[in-house]
Design a protein around this ligand. Structure first.
Ligand SMILES: Nc1ncnc2c1ncn2[C@@H]1O[C@H](COP(=O)(O)OP(=O)(O)OP(=O)(O)O)[C@@H](O)[C@H]1O
Length: 313
């Protein structure tokens, strides 16, 4: 039995003359959450739009349960629920009217429409807003309605393009939990340009930059792969900047306050250990030291200097 629901093979897409996506291949497992991480313009939306059959690729193949999206889009699309980057909501409709409309679009049997609408409202926590106009919902609840429309026909795969974008921290947590719940019995792929979003939610990660995959593996492998390249230390009796800069492997020193410094270093260097030892020897009175995870830019730089990792198996 196949354990993946999607196979994307050598996908490339060109808008006029520039390639937005180039030779992208990956699989999506039948269960769990796959995160698609990339900075703005990396090619996330293009990949998702092609995956969902709303954009036709220049080259390559998308197979949903073995069904070719280009050759048989109706069958392939039945298996997918999609929340595009801008949720396709009709603000002048109530939640009930909108979801009922979506259920009809998905050709759900007329006798089962109410049940389908009630189920997704319950699942997405919007049942108490059934008769409210979508225009009167907060951003977080609008996003929940957007996710509800993606679930209405019980798809095996749900594709969410930047679902937490523009939400406040509480709403982000709520939407994250909802995504985890809906992934309990189906596959979910969601995109974000925020690393912590993907780290908090996904088991697997694909990182895309300039239309190319620069990393794909499990989230654990990613976290192990990314080496910290800076630390913050608080010292009761900090040395002069020149003394710190003289330590082998340190690239840069920045005083954040009188007693707190950020030290940037070469990825392989054992700087934290050195600072702890030197602090004892030279009486710097180290109070706290924390390694910082690399920024997305630093990670892209690290990854582009290393070879692309093997595919998720
Ligand atoms: N309709 C279009 N016509 C021309 N170029 C486009 C079009 N849509 C996207 N692009 C370009 O293709 C590249 C990839 O864009 P895409 O929207 O897929 O990236 P993204 O990772 O989703 O970024 P964002 O998070 O900013 O939406 C970008 O350089 C973008 O400017």
């Amino acid at each position: 039995m196949q354990d993946n629901i999607v196979r994307i093979e050598d996908l490339s897409h060109r808008y006029s003359k520039d390639w937005a996506v180039k030779d992208v291949s990956f699989e999506i497992n039948k269960k769990g959450i796959l995160g698609l991480l990339g900075s703005n313009g990396a090619g996330k939306s293009t990949t998702m739009n092609i995956l969902c059959g709303v954009l036709s690729q220049t080259q390559g193949k998308v197979l949903i349960e073995g069904i070719d999206m280009r050759a048989n889009p109706e069958e392939a699309k039945k298996r997918i629920g999609f929340l595009p980057q801008n949720a396709p909501l009709y603000l002048e409709q109530t939640v009930d009217e909108y979801l009922t409309f979506c259920a009809h679009l998905r050709l759900i049997d007329k006798r089962k429409v109410k049940e389908a609408v009630d189920t997704v409202k319950e699942k997405c926590g919007v049942a108490h807003f059934s008769n409210r106009l979508i225009s009167n919902l907060s951003g977080g609840y609008r996003q929940r309605v957007g996710i509800a429309q993606a679930l209405i026909h019980k798809p095996m795969l749900v594709v969410l393009d930047e679902p937490t974008n523009g939400l406040d921290p509480n709403q982000i947590l709520e939407v994250r939990n909802l995504i985890k719940e809906i992934a309990a019995d189906r596959a979910v792929i969601f995109s974000s340009h925020i690393l912590s979003e993907i780290q908090a939610t996904c088991q697997d990660i694909i990182m895309i930059e300039d239309g190319k995959i620069v990393f794909k593996d499990t989230m654990d492998a990613f976290n192990n792969y990314i080496e910290p390249d800076s630390l913050i230390a608080t010292l009761g009796n900090p040395p002069a900047e020149t003394e710190l800069r003289a330590i082998n492997g340190i690239k840069d020193v920045e005083f954040l306050t009188e007693k707190t410094i950020r030290v940037r270093f070469e990825p392989a260097a054992d700087i934290a250990e050195n600072i702890v030892e030197l602090s004892v020897l030279r009486k710097w009175r180290l109070k706290e030291i924390t390694l910082e995870k690399s920024s997305l830019d630093a990670i892209f730089a690290q990854l582009s200097n290393k070879k692309s990792k093997p595919a998720i198996q």
